[in-house]
Design a protein around this ligand. Structure first.
Ligand SMILES: C[S@@+](CC[C@H](N)C(=O)[O-])C[C@H]1O[C@@H](n2cnc3c(N)ncnc32)[C@H](O)[C@@H]1O
Length: 501
């Protein structure tokens, strides 16, 4: 702990010498005027807090171009690295930056960037670091597949880069797949966009900002969320005007990707960070890295948000649904709120219309209009049934996973008797499988406390369970919403029989 504090102070002093600053005047530390490094448990851990009350839009940190770690800045300082990489042009920009980072790590104290490198996390939990056990704990095919893809990609990129890393004579421990996973996770979770290099840059001190999702600010999504709630209880005749507002909300998904509170400013010659809202002294100052679903956050950053306004669930749909409309597949999903997306509702309304009538009602469906009470009741029942069947086909329920999460936190060592009274038989099996897996991986564990390695395995398993819980919550909320709509409609009309799906 003391060592960590000493490393941090060294970083801040080094950063001040580089001209990194949270104020217009310079001092011996680069922070203290607008920002301070603090710990925010449950909200990213180490991060930046407001050193005073901050106004929305205020410039809070400036990192000059000369302090940014880019492929260019690393290559310029090292002829050997530059020469070796010039003969391996097939490596992607990200692979090259990863090699550069490992090479720089190999220099130890003699590296120009040593104070920065010393403060990088020792390990990461992004999905490419998941073992078979954690991968299976995700339960959902799409997520397991995303994990497999990420692991295979990391392995492939590592093998491709091995030739140049051997040529550079990296130390054996820096040539391992483990070291590669560490370096590529550093690049994935800490680089920031710069206009002149697709690999981005590592931005000392600027990369201490933790994440909040774009859309968390009321201005962006307020309109959509309020309307979503209202729509549930709304009369069919007014739906048309309301859907235009919902469409704006969905369109914001893509627009908000471009919204950013940190950017490289060419005229200033520095990465500049602005407060995206007003903060009170002591509050954590957050940055929007981009618009991500929870699965994407897990893949690129190794964490998820309990309340992620950009999360979504894609439910598998019958081929006929895709073919009966022209909506792209990516637009057919359920929002984090549980509400089916505009395109999904529109596609289902069309699909539930007899094929020979689709042409005549197409314009209504595409503009977001309900087609008839019967059609609406049919699709609400269909969505509710679909979500129910997805949930039933998963090994554990939403409630079981909630209990399991509490049980995971209680696992203090591998030898203590399990407290299994509160968890289901399936979850108890999962806990036993976790312990067996840790032991199989050569971890004996201490008699009293979980070791660092067991803690990491537990953290990754916890993340997988948290992810599947957030996935199930969206489906549970969707069922609730559809059933509410059906309940409201039933008080106005008699229910037609559900067509066989
Ligand atoms: C750019 S770094 C931010 C600083 C980082 N906490 C540190 O100590 O260096 C990004 C990493 O911080 C963590 N992180 C950022 N925002 C988070 C959040 N809202 N919740 C949990 N972890 C978060 C994740 O591990 C992510 O990969």
């Amino acid at each position: 702990m003391e060592q960590e504090e000493a490393n941090l102070q060294r970083l801040l002093k080094w950063a001040a010498e580089f001209g990194i600053s949270d104020s217009t005047s310079c001092g011996h530390s680069c922070l203290g005027h607008s920002l301070v490094v603090s710990c925010f448990p449950g909200a990213g851990g180490r991060g930046l807090g407001a050193a005073r009350d901050l106004e929305k839009g205020e410039l809070v940190l400036k990192v000059p171009k000369s302090a940014l770690i880019t492929r260019e800045s690393l290559l310029l300082k090292d002829d050997k690295l530059s020469l070796a990489l010039s003969t391996h042009c097939s490596l992607s920009p990200t692979q090259t930056l990863t090699v550069c980072l490992l090479y720089e790590m190999g220099k130890g104290r003699t590296s120009w960037w040593h104070p920065y490198l010393m403060n990088l996390p020792h390990s990461y939990d992004n999905i490419a670091t998941f073992g078979e056990f954690e991968k299976q704990a995700l339960q959902v095919d799409d997520a397991i597949w995303a994990a497999e893809k990420a692991i295979l990609k990391a392995e492939f990129e590592w093998k491709e880069a091995n030739v140049v890393m051997e040529q550079l004579m990296l130390k054996p421990q820096l040539l391992t797949f483990r070291a590669w996973l560490w370096a590529s996770a550093t690049v994935s979770s800490r680089t920031m966009h710069i206009p002149w290099d697709g690999a981005g840059c590592l931005c000392p001190v600027g990369d201490l900002f933790n994440y909040s999702a774009p859309g968390e600010e009321p201005s962006d999504f307020e309109c959509m969320n309020h309307r979503t709630q209202e729509l549930v209880f709304q009369d069919i005749s007014t739906v048309n005007e309301e859907t235009s507002c919902m469409l704006d909300g969905e369109q914001l998904d893509s627009h908000s990707q471009r919204l950013t509170d940190g950017r490289f400013e060419t005229d200033v010659g520095a990465y500049c960070f602005y407060a995206k809202k007003s903060y009170r002294k002591g509050e954590q100052v957050l940055l929007s890295y981009g618009t991500y679903t929870n699965l994407e956050l897990l893949e690129h950053y190794g964490f998820i948000l309990n309340e992620n306004p950009n999360d979504k669930v894609f439910v598998p749909l019958e081929p006929e649904i895709y073919s009966s409309c022209s909506w792209p597949k990516e637009s057919l999903y359920i929002h984090q709120s549980g509400k089916p997306s505009f395109a999904l509702l529109s596609a289902l309304r069309l699909w539930a219309t007899p094929a020979n009538q689709r042409r005549s009602v197409g314009h209504l469906a595409y503009s977001g209009r309900q087609l008839s009470i019967e059609n609406e009741i049919f699709i609400m029942r269909w969505i509710s049934k679909k979500c129910n069947s997805i949930l039933k086909n998963l090994p554990t329920s939403f409630e079981e996973d909630s209990m399991l999460l509490s049980a995971i936190d209680k696992i203090q060592n591998l030898h203590a008797p399990l407290e299994l009274a509160d968890v289901s038989a399936t979850s108890a099996d999962e806990i036993c499988a976790f312990k067996a897996n840790v032991v199989k991986n050569g971890e004996r564990g201490s008699e009293t406390l979980v070791s660092r390695k067991t803690m990491r395995s537990r953290e990754r398993w916890r993340l997988a369970v948290e992810w599947r819980l957030s996935y199930k919550k969206i489906l549970v909320d969707c069922i609730f919403l559809c059933d509410e709509i059906l309940r409201c409609m039933s008080s106005n009309t008699s229910f037609p029989k559900l067509k066989k799906m």
